[in-house]
Write a protein that binds this ligand. Structure first.
Ligand code: DGT
Ligand code: CA
Ligand code: CA
Ligand code: ZN
Length: 582
């Protein structure tokens, strides 16, 4: 029912998108026209998200075919064409000559931007984040005109976040790369079984490195195929049964070749996490056994190892889903027979956080709905922004009414193929008021409310603000509750327990927002919300039709939060959803 990503294209499309992102950054740096960078980023996002292979489209129809891609005009199509033909883009190279290489990273730090980075470069000779860090630590920034001590402090915080973000890769980026490697190995090496392991298999929102496992009758040949993949930039280690490489995407990947008889034990061992493994190993020791990546051994006798079920079964445990192998009570729950039946992707019947090009999405309403139909959804909710988010082109009440009418008309046209719900992502204003009056909200099927401003309010004010918004009877979902952005923005200071209690009391769902750098709530908080009696909505916050695919990572995160289908509003049938929204 659910289409999986068309794996082999992901890397090529990402590469082209990266070129466009780089152009956008440098145009912004140049400070020319602020719409050009926006246009480049729009096109990049679209290409990243589209299921078709961009190179194939280009081979079929050249520039005219490229121009049919949403957001790709003449100028952008020609640059893509040049890139696919020559591997470089002249305009990008020209721009790169104008600024030091690392200055773009400085510009992108929170609170800096193009103007300030230019000042930092010209006055202190800062060319990258490292220079900036040194200057801030040496208290040189505060002396610059228009900066000050507070700004210097904020810069240091932004650098810390940046460094954290650099050392790990978003799951949504790492996952398709891992799948692509496995597809490559299946095709080019004598491989039997193959699997992703490590934190990616546990669906952590970021991964440090990729861990891949295979079985093969000829391990050295498998290793050779792995280390000679076109996407390998550097080989760190190449042994007989294991190898480590750095990929062109700047991610490290480890591979292990296992014996078929050790497949299950290897999977358990390399999926982790480490504390889960240690707990299992202690249990083995208590029984006088030994547990390692090859199996469970009673003296010389191997008693398990071929499948994960065997390994857990040796301890009289049911198989434990990878997402909850975090040593957070999962082994105890397995012993007690109280493991949850985790929600699955196929349980998901819709999505409530979807933007169209009426606000800041790239695709029109019809395309988003078509994509939802293609996923086999029963319903999809459209939630464009409210006016307070000016940069996102938020809809004023009049525009929202027209949008709603268009949604209703489309819904009639679809005759039950899918139900399109008319909603909004309504901003929570300063003191907890909503960005639309109740008369406007009342006309919609539901409302998502969220914070996009005043991130630095003190905890009590922030908490009060959000709870006040949730008390509005028309608010059904509180979206991306902590507002964190992985690698660029810390969570707001908010009393989440109080928010969760209020959500449960007011019948407001809390969101597990699956936008890749949000993953908000994350698994740990989702579990806490469930324990406080909340229900959750797993949403993609899609800004293009391809983003709907991120649902799998949202479900992964929900699973990390021990959620079952009954805890997830968009795993419920439509009539139940409607009753909840009412
Ligand atoms: P990451 O890469 O930082 O996102 O996190 P993981 O969990 O993928 O960690 P990684 O790549 O260092 O190791 C993969 C798995 O191998 C890990 O989840 C558990 C296992 N492992 C690694 N080191 C140890 C260890 O010292 N003891 C045990 N028992 N297991 C380990
Ligand atoms: Ca790893
Ligand atoms: Ca590793
Ligand atoms: Zn949104």
């Amino acid at each position: 029912m659910i289409r999986s990503v068309d794996v082999p294209n992901a890397v090529r499309n990402a590469e082209v998108a990266q070129v466009l992102y780089d152009i956008a950054d440098l145009l912004e740096m140049k400070g020319e026209d602020r719409f050009r960078p926006i246009a480049y980023r729009r096109a990049a996002r679209e290409i990243e998200a589209m299921p078709e292979d961009i190179e194939r489209l280009w081979r079929q129809g050249g520039v005219p075919r490229l121009r049919q891609i949403q957001g790709v005009g003449e100028a952008i199509a020609e640059k893509i064409d040049q890139y696919l033909r020559e591997g470089t883009v002249k305009a990008l190279e020209e721009l790169q000559k104008e600024f030091p290489r690392g200055l773009v990273d400085v510009m992108k730090l929170r609170g800096i931007g193009p103007k300030r980075s230019a000042i930092l470069w010209k006055s202190l000779g800062i060319t990258d984040v490292k220079d900036l860090k040194k200057a801030a630590e040496n208290r040189q920034i505060r002396r610059l005109k228009g900066f000050g001590e507070k700004t210097e402090q904020r810069i240091l915080e932004a650098i810390r976040l940046h460094e954290e973000g650099q050392s790990r890769t978003l799951l949504s980026v790492a996952w398709p790369i891992a799948e692509e490697i496995l597809a490559y190995l299946r095709k080019n090496a004598p491989i039997d079984k193959a699997s992703i392991a490590g934190s990616a298999r546990r669906m952590r929102e970021t991964v440090g490195d990729l861990d891949l496992l295979v079985t093969s009758a000829e391990p050295p040949a498998a290793i050779r195929a792995f280390t000679s993949m076109p996407s390998v930039k550097e080989v760190i280690l190449a042994g007989d049964t294991k190898a480590t490489v750095i990929l062109a995407a700047r991610i490290q990947a480890d591979v292990r070749v296992l014996e078929p008889g050790s497949w299950g034990a290897g999977l358990v061992y390399f999926t982790g996490n480490k504390d889960h493994n240690i707990h299992l190993r202690t249990m083995a020791q208590e029984r006088g056994w030994k547990l390692d990546e090859y199996g469970i051994f009673d003296g010389k006798k191997k008693i398990a190892g071929e499948t994960e079920e065997d390994v857990y079964g040796a301890f009289n445990l049911p198989w434990i889903p990878p997402e909850i192998r975090e040593e957070n009570g999962e082994i105890e729950a397995a012993q007690a027979g109280t493991l949850p039946r985790l929600v699955e992707l196929k349980d998901i019947r819709g999505d409530f956080h979807v933007h169209t090009n009426r606000s800041d999405g790239v695709d029109p309403l019809e395309a988003m709905v078509d994509a939802a139909v293609a996923r086999g959804y029963e319903y999809v909710g459209i939630s464009d922004h409210s006016p307070a988010v000016v940069v996102a082109n938020g809809l004023d009440p009049q525009a929202l009414r027209m949008h709603r009418a268009a949604i209703r008309a489309l819904n009639r046209e679809l005759r039950g193929k899918i139900t399109v719900l008319a909603g909004t992502e309504c901003d929570i204003l300063d003191a907890g008021a909503l960005d639309y009056p109740d008369e406007v909200l009342k006309e919609l099927d539901y409302a998502v409310a969220s914070v996009h401003s005043k991130f630095t309010l003190p905890e009590d004010e922030q908490t009060e603000r959000v709870i006040k918004a949730m008390k509005n009877p028309y608010v059904n979902i509180y979206a991306h509750p902590t507002t964190r952005l992985i690698g660029s923005r810390d969570p707001i200071e908010i009393d989440l327990e109080a928010v969760m209690e209020a959500a449960a009391a007011t019948g407001t769902a809390l969101e597990v927002n699956a936008y890749p750098n949000r993953m908000d709530l994350h698994g740990g908080y989702a579990r806490m919300a469930k324990e406080k009696g909340c229900v959750l909505a797993v949403d993609t916050d899609s800004h293009s039709r391809g983003h709907l695919e991120n649902m799998r990572f949202g479900v992964g995160t929900a699973r990390r939060g021990w959620l079952e289908a009954k805890d997830v509003v968009n795993a419920w049938p439509l009539d139940r959803v409607r009753a909840f929204f009412r």
